[in-house]
Design a protein around this ligand. Structure first.
Ligand SMILES: Cc1ncc(COP(=O)(O)O)c(C=O)c1O
Length: 387
């Protein structure tokens, strides 16, 4: 049997490789800062509600391709509140998670040989999907001082094959949160060149909730060039229920529905019921968790100020801290040894695109902040042995 060369060439799934380096996954000493998963269960009331629905046989069927209307309405309300905007349920399609949303959006926009612009470092699944589809990724260089992409470097990368610019904010892997102004400039560039600006906002509930993450939804013509991706995975701790969403134009959805119909048919019904319950009932629960994570981001920034530490924090926010390691070694080797000798599980920068070998991603959502000092102690010890 012959395989698709694009898939053969595509990088392997990183989390599994990092875990393959762990000697004893049950070790009590292990500090898991590897995968971006919430460190807590969903709200008990959500679980009780779902259990009741499931007992009644609800959630077993396909739904409309675009998702259940009540969920689309609730998400439109949520977006309008968060972004001070006026979008409608029809502007939304529910997907089988945000990753599946990205895949379908790319399939709707790009044919083999087309190009997409992404800042470095990038979320590995975005790069993997583009490469599996034979779409070329054009990378914007990494700004190692601010972790904010430089819009001045975009124009030279745009040509007749360019279909989209992709931003992730709050960012995976850097945790950087792009300002409204930064996002507006990228949008302006996308508009000028009539390409899409895709923004993956999986972590938007973990940034400061008092100001809209951006103002794009506030323009009446927002959907001409803007595509918003969202996930219910992290906000309601529902990673396994595979529920996310896309906001885009009716014209875009006319095409994307074909892709959705062939792949997901509809997003998981049970996941949609869970997300609906969350949007309708869990504002306070969500605000509590967001508050905890914001405190954790402050705590990790403080922990990395330790005077003996030679690892340099580049940026931190939402779920992640992106750190420059002090060794003249590839990040895979550093991470492997941090796992095997110091029992801290992180991900090498090299998984997040070219020229990332000096960096490591720490996913801090998984662990309690009272373990940060222990992390720093072990990193300081590693400075002696990893040289
Ligand atoms: C930037 C980004 N997008 C999407 C996802 C996946 O979201 P979902 O679980 O909704 O597919 C993740 C998960 O780590 C992510 O970091």
């Amino acid at each position: 049997m012959k395989f698709n060369p694009n898939v053969i060439e595509c990088a392997s799934a990183p989390i599994a490789e990092a875990w393959s380096w762990v000697n004893d996954p049950t070790s009590g000493r292990l500090i898991d800062m590897c995968q971006a998963v919430p460190g807590h269960l969903p709200a008990q009331s959500l679980l009780d509600h779902l259990a009741e629905l499931i007992k009644q046989g609800k959630g077993t069927t396909y739904t409309d391709i675009c998702g259940i209307s009540a969920l689309r309405e609730a998400l439109a309300d949520n977006i309008n509140h968060r972004y001070q905007a006026h979008i409608n349920a029809e502007d939304l399609m529910i997907t089988a998670g945000c990753n599946q949303a990205f895949c379908s959006v790319i399939d709707t926009l790009c044919a083999t040989g087309d190009e997409v612009i992404i800042p470095l470092p990038c979320y590995f699944n975005h790069e993997m999907w583009l490469s599996a589809r034979g779409v070329k990724t054009q990378f914007l260089p990494f700004n190692t001082q601010t972790a904010i992409p430089d819009h001045n470097l975009v124009a030279p990368l745009i040509n007749s094959k360019t279909r989209a610019i992709v931003l992730v904010t709050p960012n995976n892997p850097t945790g950087a949160i792009y300002s409204q102004e930064c996002i507006a400039v990228f949008h302006q560039i996308a508009k000028q060149h009539n390409i899409a600006l895709i923004i993956d906002e999986t972590y938007r509930d973990f940034s400061d909730g008092t100001v809209p993450p951006h103002t794009l939804f506030q323009s009446s013509d927002w959907s001409d060039n803007f595509i918003h991706l969202y996930s219910f995975s992290k906000v309601f701790s529902l990673t396994g229920y595979r529920t996310g969403a896309v906001a885009a134009s009716a014209e875009f959805f006319d095409q994307m529905k074909k892709v959705q119909d062939c792949t997901a048919i509809s997003a998981p019904h049970v996941g949609q019921l869970a997300a609906l319950y969350g949007l309708q009932n869990l504002d306070n629960w969500k605000a509590d968790k967001a508050q905890q994570l914001q405190e954790r981001a402050i705590a990790i920034k403080a922990a990395f100020q330790h005077p003996e530490l030679k690892y340099r924090l580049i940026s931190a926010g939402a779920y992640f801290a992106y750190v420059e390691h002090p060794f003249k070694k590839p990040s895979r080797e550093v991470v492997k040894r941090l796992i095997q000798e110091f029992e801290i599980v992180t991900l090498p920068g090299s998984y997040f695109g070219a020229e990332q070998d000096n960096f490591i991603r720490f996913a801090f959502a998984n662990i309690d902040q009272n373990r940060f000092d222990e992390v720093i102690e072990r990193l300081i010890k590693s400075q002696k042995t990893l040289q």
